[in-house]
Write a protein that binds this ligand. Structure first.
Ligand SMILES: Nc1ncnc2c1ncn2[C@@H]1O[C@H](COP(=O)(O)OP(=O)(O)O)[C@@H](O)[C@H]1O
Ligand SMILES: O=C(OP(=O)(O)O)[C@H](O)COP(=O)(O)O
Length: 408
């Protein structure tokens, strides 16, 4: 059992996983090259290997389930390439089943033999998966109903999606014996230990594109007075700059509008008025007619793609003195090599700092690459939003569902 506050969450040690058919919820949502649809990083895939190996060695047959991206976004792709990467790491075939809960998938699951592993397609192809609702409601969804009838138990190893109350994360524990996987266990135990409120100053480096999540995180951090400084980058910084009355130019406003995040400006204003210690970049690397140029935040004419060198310097100086630095979400469009510098230089400053470092989220951990890090100094979390909400003291629906779930 893992204990988190009031919750007791069963692990692989608490259930009998021998010669069973097990549905395993992974989070292998990874950065994708927008034009080719190719995987740019496989850190999240690798992180699940210990759970999968352990279950296979005990003679179980595995049905793997994950999402990738969100419908409408360029990283919303199928999971065939992911299944090949998994096959390589596991050293055995992971058969890709181009279906989620239709007759093809259900028949293939019924036929599964001990030790076999199949990967279903992107669970967000199922419209129900896009709804957030309580576990009891999701337990009645088509997805949970159909899949729970053809497997014996459920393992949730998707820490990075533990903050979503979607059917594949909270529905199964209501109806079949369920436990956390080893990655979920490792993440939750490590983070619960690490976050010692005595450590200070605490610096949060927040970027990326999930602005709604990030504002919710900042509201939480601020309410609980957990952050000494919040250094922003990515689209998040742009929303806060508008909230502070700065002018980003027409094109950048249109991009924010297209992402549906311009409407978050009033909420960002409220966060600032409540006294959240939010800093915004003083300069940027922008793209203008195919060229990369550096511009001050007071005079922006190109499309913002990364924070600029002066911002890197100022942010790095705060990070170097931090007792704890948490980095989540890149500072720029890291899929383009020309706009990785902001993220990689702040990561470097954190690794050179005197304090402890937590790096989270699919894009930010891809910036680490193959670098070997000292586990006594750095925790690399597969979670981004889940990590930050957990650190800010929010209860994560997937953990709650596991702790309430039916026991074997
Ligand atoms: N200035 C920017 N303009 C457009 N997209 C950006 C910008 N900065 C960062 N991004 C995008 O944010 C995305 C990553 O954000 P997010 O999913 O929130 O991070 P993570 O997966 O690490 O939690 C990347 O695809 C990146 O291109
Ligand atoms: O990448 C994820 O979260 P993150 O960007 O907060 O790290 C998870 O896969 C959750 O994806 P979602 O934010 O589309 O629900």
């Amino acid at each position: 059992m893992i204990r988190v506050g009031e919750l007791s969450i069963p692990t692989l040690d608490d259930l009998s996983f021998l010669n069973k058919k097990i549905l395993v919820r992974l989070d292998i949502n990874s950065p994708i090259e927008p034009k080719s649809g190719k995987l740019l990083d496989d850190s999240r895939i690798k992180a699940h290997i210990p759970t999968l190996r352990e279950l296979i060695e005990k003679g179980n047959a595995l049905v793997l389930l994950s999402h990738q991206g969100r419908p409408g976004d360029s990283d919303f792709v199928g999971l065939e390439e992911h299944s090949k990467v998994l096959s390589r790491y596991l050293g055995q075939e992971v058969e890709f089943v181009e279906d989620v809960m239709g007759p093809y998938a259900l028949n293939r699951i019924r036929e599964l033999r001990s030790g076999e592993v199949i990967m279903l397609d992107n669970v967000r192809l199922v419209s129900e998966e896009l709804i957030e609702a309580p576990p009891d409601q999701h337990a009645r969804s088509f997805l949970v109903n159909r899949l729970s009838k053809v497997v014996n138990s459920f393992v949730n190893d998707a820490f990075a999606t533990a903050h979503r109350s979607q059917p594949s994360l909270v529905g199964f524990p209501v109806v079949i014996p369920s436990s956390a996987g080893r990655l979920m266990e490792r993440e939750v135990s490590a983070l619960a230990k690490i976050f010692n409120s005595e450590t200070s100053p605490k610096v949060f480096v927040l970027g990326g594109g999930k602005v709604q999540d990030s504002i919710r995180i900042i509201e939480n951090l601020s309410k609980r007075r957990l952050a000494d400084r919040i250094l922003t980058g990515g689209l998040l910084a742009e929303v806060f700059m508008i909230a502070k009355g700065m002018n980003l130019g027409k094109e950048n406003l249109q991009i924010l509008e297209r992402h549906g995040i311009l409407s978050l400006v009033p909420r960002a204003k409220k966060v600032l008025l409540a006294g959240a210690p939010v800093e915004v970049p003083v300069d940027f690397r922008v793209e203008s007619q195919g060229n990369v140029i550096e511009e001050s935040s007071t005079r922006i004419s190109g499309i913002i793609k990364d924070v600029g060198p002066t911002t890197e310097e100022i942010y790095s100086s705060f990070i170097r003195d931090a007792g704890l630095t948490v980095l989540r979400g890149p500072m720029g469009v890291i899929e383009d090599e020309r706009f990785r510098r902001g993220s990689s230089s702040l990561l470097r400053a954190a690794l050179e700092s005197k304090g402890y470092v937590i790096v989270g989220g699919g894009h930010m951990i891809s910036v680490i690459g193959e670098a070997q890090l000292d586990p006594a100094k750095v925790h690399v979390s597969t979670g981004g939003g889940a990590l930050l909400l957990f650190l800010a003291g929010e209860s994560l629906p997937a953990l709650e569902a596991l702790s309430r779930g039916v026991k074997a």
